[in-house]
Write a protein that binds this ligand. Structure first.
Ligand code: SUG
Length: 443
């Protein structure tokens, strides 16, 4: 095996049934957008443009095909059997949220698909991924089976990779994957990393008597995932989300904190006992890497929690390009916010800050469902040799990008409203669109 490690970005393609079901638990944008007309074609094209931007920096960019929707098996589990046209009619009339869940394109937020660790970090030297059970919500729980199969097929036979099944779908083990996980490592990106797991506040840290929203990440889940990833005890830390942030709409840690290599960016209200948490992180990081962690802590006086949630500044992607510099990929909402924009401008102007430049990307359709640039991708640090394995079948190249764009333009509908879900013709078209994915669905 090689000793060169690369962080790859894996985006799940936005599906042809992308819509606004108002299904996101504790997710303010999703709730506010409920039943708005959606635009699957432009949503998917925005996702592709973001991947193209990342790939143009020389970052290895991969993609996963959409999962097939509607999920007939799911509808059957809820008692909807018989003629498909009747199922759509009955379920749509009786239980619109269930039909919306069966059609959900929420698999597009690939940061929630799994939690990953690199072989350089783990006790057995293999690179692991634990598929998230996403059992905190009905529409997301149905992703796990499809993604597990897809990642198994994609990595089959690739040496040194292990894909693990999701944890049991029990409330205490509710797991939302890498959205609640950050990996820090040395500035060159080649040494063992420190893994931060962020989960629900414990009872004494709930801070308020009647929490508005429920955390979607169980403490037990984070601990089990860290074990399954084979992380040594010195390579893992557990942190608690604040109830204050959860109640303000921070339904995942990646809405309030992010990291890349030796850089940690977080809001003042990200973690319980923030100062103590930050010192624990800095100490563990130094022990792990022999380097000093670069921390950017954003005070609420500069960016109130509500503005952090509205702009998704912390959901920016930070990547190292071929030029060995850090680039920030920010949602365009940040460029329109005085507070967020001033912070980004100051980071870039500061020569001691590792972030070199910024690109603002429009993701209006995904953002209206609470998904920014970082939600759309899963990171995995893997041996460089992997880039030439069978996994390269789903690697972004300019030619494949063109094929994906043509496919989206040809098959995806421009506008979609709830009434379409009850039409068998639309259900069949959505399935046919995924079947027409321009590359092998099992590489
Ligand atoms: O789980 N939205 C997703 C957004 C996930 C964002 N991911 C990260 N932060 N990593 C969610 O709440 C909305 C779907 C709808 O309402 O139709 C939704 O599921």
């Amino acid at each position: 095996m090689t000793d060169r490690w690369v962080e790859i970005q894996i985006d799940g393609l936005i599906g042809p049934t992308h819509h606004f079901g108002g299904l996101g638990v504790g997710n303010v944008a999703s709730q506010q957008s409920q039943w708005r007309m959606s635009h699957p074609r432009s949503a998917a094209l925005e996702g592709l443009a973001k991947m193209e931007q990342v790939a143009s920096l020389g970052v290895p960019q991969f993609f996963l095909p959409p999962l097939i929707r509607p999920d007939w098996q799911f509808l059957e589990q809820y008692g909807y059997r018989g003629e498909r046209s009747d199922i759509l009619k009955r379920c749509g009339d009786e239980n619109p949220q269930l039909l919306s869940a069966a059609y959900s394109s929420s698999f597009m937020w690939t940061a929630n698909a799994a939690t990953t660790a690199s072989g350089v970090d783990t006790r057995d030297g293999r690179s692991h991924a634990v598929i998230a059970n996403l059992c905190a919500s009905l529409h997301r729980g149905i992703e796990a089976r499809g993604r597990w199969q897809q990642l198994k097929d994609w990595t089959a036979g690739v040496e040194g990779i292990a894909i693990h099944e999701p944890l049991e779908s029990e409330s205490a083990l509710r797991d939302e994957g890498a959205a609640n996980h950050m990996r820090l490592c040395d500035s060159a990106g080649n040494l063992a990393g420190l893994h931060l797991f962020v989960h629900e506040p414990t009872a004494e840290n709930k801070q308020v008597n009647a929490p508005k929203f429920w955390s979607r990440q169980g403490k037990g889940a984070s601990e089990r995932v860290a074990d399954t990833l084979q992380l040594p005890f010195g390579g893992r830390l557990f942190l608690e989300q604040t109830q204050l942030a959860i109640d303000a709409g921070v339904f995942h840690n990646d809405v309030i904190a992010t990291s890349h290599r030796n850089l940690l960016v977080c809001h003042e209200d990200a973690f319980v006992d923030q100062q103590q948490s930050l010192s624990r992180i800095c100490d563990a990081f130094s022990r792990c890497t022999g380097e000093i962690l670069h921390v950017i802590e954003v005070p609420r006086s500069k960016l109130p929690l509500g503005e952090a949630v509205r702009t998704y500044l912390f959901n920016s992607q930070i990547v190292t390009g071929l030029d060995h510099r850090m680039h920030l990929i920010c949602p365009s909402q940040c460029s329109e916010s005085t507070a967020a924009r001033s912070l980004v401008d100051a980071w870039i102007a500061d020569p001691s800050n590792p972030i070199h430049d910024v690109t603002y990307v429009p993701l209006s359709e995904s953002m209206a469902n609470g998904g920014g640039p970082a939600c759309l991708r899963l990171r995995w640090t893997l041996p460089e040799l992997v880039l030439n394995s069978r996994m390269s079948a789903w690697r972004w190249t300019p030619e494949r990008g063109e094929q994906l764009r043509n496919w989206v333009e040809r098959y995806y509908v421009e506008r979609l409203s709830y009434a379409d879900f009850q039409r068998l013709e639309f259900a069949e078209q959505a399935t046919a669109t995924v079947a027409a994915f321009p590359f092998s669905s099992r590489p």
